[in-house]
Write a protein that binds this ligand. Structure first.
Ligand SMILES: [Zn+2]
Length: 364
C-alpha cells in the first residue's frame, strides 16, 4: 500500500518536473491557467538558466514595472524590470541554499522594501535612481555576472531557485492599514527581534519585537580584546570617558538593556554610549551582547547579526524547515500585516485566511 502511494507521488512529481522544464524551456506551448501555480516538490534545473522572459511566459505574468537602477560598480543608470531587479536582490541578500519558502518570504520583503523606498524619495545618494546596487545605501544586488562568479557551477541551479521564488510571489507586497510597509529585515535576530523605535526613529505598529525560535544557535560570536587595545579604542573615540588601564575594569558596564536583550546603553567611565555606538566601536555583529572579563582583557558575547528589526532571514529559514510557508513566515515577523498584490492599478488587498490561522504567530 505504502509502496503504491509512494510510486504515485513519485510519478506525479516527475510529471510536474517534466511539465515545468518543458514549460520554461518552451514557454509558448504550455501555460498554466493560474498565474501563480502551486509548484510542489523539487525545482527543475535548467542549464543554462532561463531568462526572466521565459519565466514570465511560464507564469503568465503580464504586469511589468520598470525601475531605474543605479549600478554602483559600473557607474551607470539602467532601466530594469522590477521583478528582474528583485531576483538580483534576493540572490545577494539571502544564501540560495536557504529553504525555498524563506527565499519567497525574502522576495516579498525585498519587493515591499523597494516600492516603499521608491514611494519615499527613492535612492538617497543618486537622485535620478529609484534604487542603487550599493548595500550601504539601498539593498545588495547581484548581476548575472556576479551570480556566475559567486556561484560558479551552481549558477544555473541557484538562479532557477531564486527566480522561481520571485516569480511565484510576483507582485506580492506587505501592507498595513492599506499602505506599503517599511519591510526591514536582517540576517539573524539572536532569538528575539526588536521594536523599531529601539533602533530607528519611528515606532511602526508592524515592526514589533517577536520571538524567532528556529534560528541556528551557532550564530553567536565572541569578540575578545586585550586590555590595552580596549583602552586605546575607547580613548580615541570617547576621550571624555576618562577610561585608562587602571580604571577600565570598573568603568565598563551595561546600564540598560531592552526586553529582547539588546543593549540600550553602556557606561564607559564618565560617559554613556548607546548600544548602537558600542556595536560600532567594538565591531560587534549586533547590540545583543554581554561582557565578561578575562585574565588579560574583555570578551563580548554576541548573539544575532544585524539590527534585529523585521524579518530575521536565519529565522525565516528555520521556520521554513519546520514547515512554515512564506506567508506564515511574513505574518510572523511583520505584526498585523496582510499580503497584497501590486500592479498597474496600484495595490489590491488579497484575502489572507492565513492571518487568523497561522500557528507560527504567537498568541497575545
Ligand atoms: Zn541607493
Amino acid at each position: 500500500m505504502i509502496v503504491i502511494a509512494l510510486a504515485a507521488v513519485l510519478l506525479a512529481l516527475s510529471v510536474l518536473l517534466f511539465l515545468l522544464m518543458r514549460a520554461v524551456l518552451d514557454g509558448k506551448e504550455i501555460k498554466p491557467t493560474s498565474c501563480k501555480p502551486d509548484v510542489a516538490g523539487e525545482i527543475a534545473v535548467m542549464t543554462p538558466a532561463p531568462t526572466l522572459l521565459d519565466l514570465y511566459a511560464y507564469f503568465d505574468w503580464t504586469e511589468t514595472t520598470t525601475i531605474k537602477v543605479y549600478d554602483h560598480r559600473a557607474d551607470k543608470l539602467v532601466d530594469m524590470d522590477l521583478e528582474e531587479y528583485i531576483v538580483g536582490v534576493v540572490s545577494a541578500e539571502m544564501p540560495a541554499y536557504y529553504a525555498f519558502e524563506a527565499l519567497k518570504a525574502q522576495a516579498v520583503a525585498s519587493r515591499t522594501y523597494t516600492l516603499y523606498s521608491m514611494a519615499h524619495g527613492g535612492c538617497h545618494t543618486n537622485p535620478d535612481a529609484d534604487v542603487c546596487t550599493n548595500s550601504k545605501c539601498c539593498q545588495a544586488f547581484s548581476s548575472h555576472e556576479r551570480m556566475q562568479n559567486t556561484w560558479k557551477n551552481d549558477y544555473a541551479n541557484n538562479y532557477n531557485l531564486v527566480a522561481q521564488a520571485v516569480m511565484e510571489t510576483a507582485g506580492e507586497v506587505l501592507v498595513y492599514d492599506g499602505k506599503l510597509c517599511d519591510a526591514l529585515y536582517h540576517a539573524c535576530s539572536g532569538g528575539q527581534t526588536e521594536d523599531s523605535e529601539h533602533v530607528y526613529a519611528n515606532a511602526l505598529p508592524y515592526l514589533r519585537g517577536v520571538e524567532s525560535p528556529y534560528e541556528d544557535p551557532m550564530r553567536t560570536e565572541d569578540v575578545a580584546l586585550k586590555t590595552d587595545a580596549l583602552v586605546e579604542l575607547i580613548a580615541a573615540k570617547y576621550p571624555e570617558s576618562g577610561i585608562s588601564e587602571t580604571n577600565v575594569r570598573d568603568g565598563i558596564a551595561i546600564k540598560k538593556a531592552y526586553e529582547s536583550g539588546r543593549v540600550e546603553t553602556l557606561r564607559l567611565g564618565k560617559t554613556t554610549i548607546t548600544g548602537k555606538q558600542a556595536r560600532n566601536l567594538f565591531g560587534l555583529r549586533s547590540t545583543m551582547f554581554t561582557v565578561e572579563w578575562t585574565g588579560d582583557g574583555i570578551v563580548f558575547h554576541v548573539k544575532g547579526f544585524g539590527h534585529g528589526v523585521g524579518l530575521s532571514q536565519n529565522g525565516a529559514n528555520g521556520m521554513a524547515k519546520h514547515g512554515a510557508n512564506y506567508r506564515e513566515i511574513l505574518l510572523h515577523y511583520y505584526t498585523g500585516v496582510s499580503i497584497a498584490s501590486y500592479g498597474a492599478d496600484g495595490i489590491t488587498e488579497n484575502a489572507a485566511p492565513e492571518n487568523s490561522a497561522n500557528p507560527f504567530v504567537p498568541e497575545g
